[in-house]
Design a protein around this ligand. Structure first.
Ligand code: GDP
Ligand code: MN
Length: 391
């Protein structure tokens, strides 16, 4: 799960990490009030969306007067911001962060991330801050510094000093600050079960002060149950509405970009279904995992959510029932068909518990379900109906 930049900065502030004075605003008058409260002569107005690359896309602007803060905010709120991380459809800006502007002397990159290869929290740092780290990694990988943290020993002082020295922060003032920032970031990372914290840029400003000008957090969804304070920061408007609705019904929904809507049980079957569709030259529009013991109501909800995607031209229901019961799935499909007025082809492959009853229920309904004998047959039929429709 991601949080907004201003929330990330509040979290960092609570750990004693230096961030600029600032606050969130939802309107131009609020933004001006924030600017007045901060004081000073220059402010930065930053679009709060769960995507980076805002600077280049017009989502970070400097204002020289309170009036300008209002003007920029007015322009920014409601705008559709397209950055290299949002995809071409962009994101509508609903809130902004107003903060004191900093005079940047030097921009560094500093992040903590779980490295899958070593299965350890790893520091990734670079002198080339402010730019996309992916660019630095591909053009000049030697400019990326990494340091692996032993989970039993924790982050040692010598490791912090090593990274600080490699970043050119050799003098006592900056070294001391950077070591302290790294230790506090690591403590926060561990405390909150983060997967990543990225500070880009970590800026050197007047008086050789180091300050986090941008902060991004990613938290482990599976650990959120023990962090209600973090879970509360979740902004559902930044997530795919169908995924949010699905999770409300205890269903897992993943949006993709093809035209065959897939209802399956289990992540493994989802992957196999995707492979089968792809083998037949088709493309899945999404995946909805109904999990185990799915009731007819759950199946009906699943059909509704999958069909909300306008790209869906056919449904493929692929259930290998163990804990699930094919008769319940079939009853749910009939309920969906009649209550939702489905006019799309529905290919159904049932296997496992109560399969005979399930198939019989579908047959006796006299509804136009296309039953399939196996996964391959199901994928072939789904792709054929979609292609048939297009020609
Ligand atoms: P991102 O593009 O979404 O990563 O947004 P950032 O918060 O990193 O801002 C992008 C760039 O704007 C930074 O790399 C800085 O160069 C610049 N910037 C951000 N805040 C300030 C500020 O307070 N003063 C100045 N002069 N530049 C800033
Ligand atoms: Mn940034």
């Amino acid at each position: 799960m991601n949080i907004h930049e201003y929330q990330a900065k509040e979290l960092l502030r609570s750990y004693g990490v230096a961030v600029p004075a600032g606050n969130v605003a939802f309107s131009d008058s609020q933004a001006q009030a924030v600017a007045e409260q901060i004081g000073g002569q220059r402010w930065v107005v930053k679009a709060q969306i769960h995507a980076g690359g805002r600077g280049k896309a017009g989502g970070v602007k400097v204002a020289d007067s309170i009036e300008e803060v209002g003007r920029i905010t007015d322009e920014m709120i409601g705008m559709n911001l397209v950055t290299h991380q949002t995809g071409p459809q962009g994101r509508v800006v609903k809130r902004i962060l107003v903060e004191e502007a900093s005079d940047i002397q030097n921009e560094l990159y500093l992040s903590f991330v779980i490295d899958r290869a070593t299965q350890r929290v790893t520091i990734v740092a670079s002198r080339e801050g402010g730019t996309e780290i992916e660019e630095v990694a591909s053009h000049s990988p030697e400019k990326i510094i990494t340091e692996t943290i032993d989970p039993a020993l924790g982050l040692a002082d010598f490791q912090c000093r090593k990274v600080a020295a490699a970043l050119g922060m050799n003098d006592k003032t900056r070294m001391t600050q950077l070591v302290r920032i790294m230790k506090r970031l690591y403590r926060c990372f561990r405390d909150k079960d983060a997967l990543q914290v990225e500070i880009n840029p970590l800026a050197q400003v007047a008086g050789d002060k180091l300050i986090c000008l941008d902060a991004k957090f990613n938290f482990d969804d599976n650990a959120l149950y023990r962090h209600p304070d973090i879970n509360e920061l979740r902004d559902l408007e930044e997530e795919d509405p169908k995924e949010v609705e699905a999770s409300g019904h205890d269903l897992n929904y993943i949006a993709l970009d093809g035209d065959i809507g897939c209802i399956v049980n289990g992540a493994g079957l989802a992957m196999a279904t995707m492979d089968a569709i792809t083998l037949h030259d088709g493309k899945p529009a999404n995946f909805l995992d109904v999990g185990g013991g799915a009731s007819p109501e759950k199946v009906t909800n699943a059909c509704r959510i999958v069909m909300e995607d306008p790209n869906v031209k056919a449904l493929l229901i692929n259930i290998f029932a163990g804990i699930n019961r094919c008769d319940w799935i079939a009853t749910g499909l009939i309920q969906a068909y009649t209550t939702l007025n489905i006019d799309l082809p529905m290919v159904v492959r049932l296997a496992g518990t109560n399969v005979e009853e399930g198939r019989k229920i579908l047959e006796e309904s006299k509804l136009p379900f296309l039953q399939a004998d196996n996964l391959d047959d199901a994928a072939a039929k789904a792709v054929a109906t979609v292609k048939g429709e297009q020609t």
